[in-house]
Design a protein around this ligand. Structure first.
Ligand SMILES: Nc1ncnc2c1ncn2[C@@H]1O[C@H](COP(=O)(O)OP(=O)(O)OP(=O)(O)O)[C@@H](O)[C@H]1O
Ligand SMILES: [Mg+2]
Length: 554
């Protein structure tokens, strides 16, 4: 038979008070555990934990100290129940692990709880302990480490400064249970904080970056891009979403392979210069860098493409390079042109004399004719080189640019007709008057139109058009003149050289036409640009500032 065990009243009271304490402890553990679901910031979490310790376990002073990221310093991040001065001192004077020998350091190093019954008479107290004990008026103090998987990252310190109630073995056990749960919650909050900070920093870097940043999957399908990328590409997020990087730029076969190759080789592509057709048909030169984003398992997770618009910089570089060439050419030209011209004049005179003396037959006559033609060609070449090297003053006159273009068309019509090439003109305004040197400007457009004729083998079309140029072309008030042909086009490999002196792909060409044209346009404060697609055609854009505009149509 089971005999019912009787308990005394005092035993009953003791058990029920213990149960009540445990209940309160559980309630506070439950309260702080709810923080896991809410993930508030670290400050709030620490406040809740300190409150829980004080109300749940009847301590009247509590502090949480956490190791910093480098684990060299112990900072007091939350403190309650102390005097204002005590709080200030604790928060302003962190414990430096390598320097300060004290109870707190012992807890961190051992990872064990530490209970000192009376700090004022504790023989193990160090100098620092004694100082702190004095100004914080410590007596019985309990320290509990905060740790996860044996890694100690901080501690909770508590005492009963006001009630002087004894700290019992039960209290130590309860605080230990509480600290275990608190450790999980603090680490979780710290992890969230670090994650948030990292996200905040990277998002801000991306947002404020002067470069365009595009994130795509490994196949190049765009997932995200920053405002600068939208601005450079002249498209918005929705337009670009799910388009492929490979379709965005004019990629050659090698470049396409390169981008595909990134996720095979895990290597970045650096400083690829690609053409991009931007807003208003503006052709941009974009510097493209593609980096693989390596995720967990060492696999490529995404591709990050950093783009910057280098159109203006390239133009300036090209301009400076051409300027250098003009200067170099000028030096050579002026030193040798003189030496060639004089003997050439003598040769010419002697040929004329011989021609008159010999009264030769038709064959001789044609020989003399050819010699004179060749001398003319050399003379023309020297003149062009000299024109390039010295800055001849422009003879500026008010000139109707449309009339000037029509007069050039009249000059070349016969040559065009022979190859069945139609020359069309479309002028947005017929009354634009420019302050230009008409003879030199004629040289420019004659060369551009003859180049266009020469680029068409047989049957084709040349379109000469003018329209007012807007601000973005560098003029507040300017005119853009286009010479467009549907000829053979210029291969990408040589397009960068066509303005170079003596660059020609023609048997009889001097390769000075575009060099001279460019110089004349620069002398007029204008600019010249070319866009060409091989086997489709070429367009030259000449932009000149307008200084006067007379409206004759009204
Ligand atoms: N419209 C065009 N279509 C295709 N290629 C062109 C065109 N314009 C210029 N080029 C290329 O640029 C090169 C340089 O042109 P440029 O006018 O300077 O010299 P050129 O025409 O060869 O000789 P010239 O000094 O007699 O004009 C040409 O040889 C040609 O390869
Ligand atoms: Mg030419």
């Amino acid at each position: 038979m089971n005999k019912k065990q009787k308990i005394t009243r005092s035993q009953y009271e003791y058990i029920s008070s213990k149960l009540e304490t445990k209940n309160i402890l559980l309630k506070h553990i439950f309260d702080i555990s709810c923080l896991l679901a809410r993930s508030p910031d670290l400050g709030e979490v620490l406040e809740h934990i300190v409150d829980g310790v004080m109300t749940g376990l009847n301590f009247d002073r509590a502090a949480i100290l956490l190791l910093d990221d480098s684990e060299t310093r112990l900072d007091c991040l939350c403190i309650k129940g102390f005097s204002e001065d005590g709080k200030k001192r604790a928060q302003e004077k962190p414990i430096v692990i390598s320097k300060h020998d004290c109870y707190e350091k012992k807890v961190i190093k051992s990872g064990e709880s530490l209970f000192i019954k009376d700090m004022r008479s504790d023989p193990s107290a160090t100098k620092i302990d004694k100082i702190i004990t004095k100004y914080q008026e410590r007596r019985s103090v309990l320290y509990m480490p905060l740790k996860l998987k044996n890694r100690v990252f901080g501690m909770i310190g508590v005492d009963r400064y006001r009630t002087h109630m004894e700290i019992t073995q039960d209290d130590i056990e309860s605080l230990s249970i509480f600290a275990n749960q608190a450790s999980i919650i603090i680490e979780n909050a710290r992890f969230n904080k670090a994650l948030y900070e990292e996200k905040f920093i990277s998002e801000n870097i991306i947002k404020s970056s002067f470069n365009g940043i595009i994130v795509s999957d490994i196949k190049g399908n765009i997932k995200r891009l920053n405002a600068r990328a939208e601005e450079i590409l002249g498209l918005n997020n929705e337009d670009l979403m799910h388009t492929s990087l490979r379709d965005l730029f004019d990629l050659g076969e090698d470049e396409k392979k390169g981008i595909v190759g990134i996720w095979k080789k895990k290597e970045a592509i650096r400083n690829l210069e690609l053409y991009y057709n931007g807003k208003d048909e503006k052709r941009l030169i974009i510097d493209v860098n593609v980096f693989p984003l390596i995720g967990i398992n060492n696999n490529i997770q995404d591709l990050v493409t950093v783009i910057s618009d280098i159109t203006e910089k390239k133009k300036m570089d090209d301009y400076m390079a051409r300027l250098d060439k003009f200067v170099a050419l000028g030096r050579i030209a002026s030193s040798i042109a003189h030496e060639i011209r004089n003997p050439l004049a003598s040769i010419y005179a002697l040929i004329q004399y011989l021609e008159a003396e010999l009264h030769g037959n038709t064959f001789h006559k044609s020989c003399f004719h050819n010699i004179r033609n060749e001398i003319d060609r050399i003379e023309k070449l020297i003149r062009q080189v000299l024109d390039l090297s010295r800055s001849l003053p422009l003879e500026v006159r008010k000139t109707n640019i449309q009339d000037l273009l029509l007069s050039i068309v009249a000059l070349v019509t016969q040559q065009a007709n022979q190859k069945e090439i139609a020359i069309k003109t479309v002028f947005e305004n017929s009354d634009v008057i420019l302050d230009i040197d008409p003879d030199r400007m004629k040289q420019v457009f004659l060369n551009l139109i003859i180049n266009a004729i020469e680029s068409i083998k047989e049957r084709g079309e040349i379109l000469i058009s003018t329209k007012l140029a807007s601000d973005e072309h560098g003029f507040e008030n300017g005119i853009s003149i286009e010479v467009r042909d549907n000829g053979i086009g210029i291969p990408c490999s040589v397009i960068g050289n066509i303005f170079d002196p003596f660059f020609t792909t023609k048997n009889m060409g001097t390769g000075l036409g575009l060099t001279v044209s460019h110089k004349i346009i620069l002398d007029h404060g204008g600019s010249i640009e070319v866009v060409s697609i091989e086997n489709e055609g070429t367009t030259f854009y000449v932009r000149l500032p307008i200084t006067d505009k007379v409206s004759s149509n009204k």
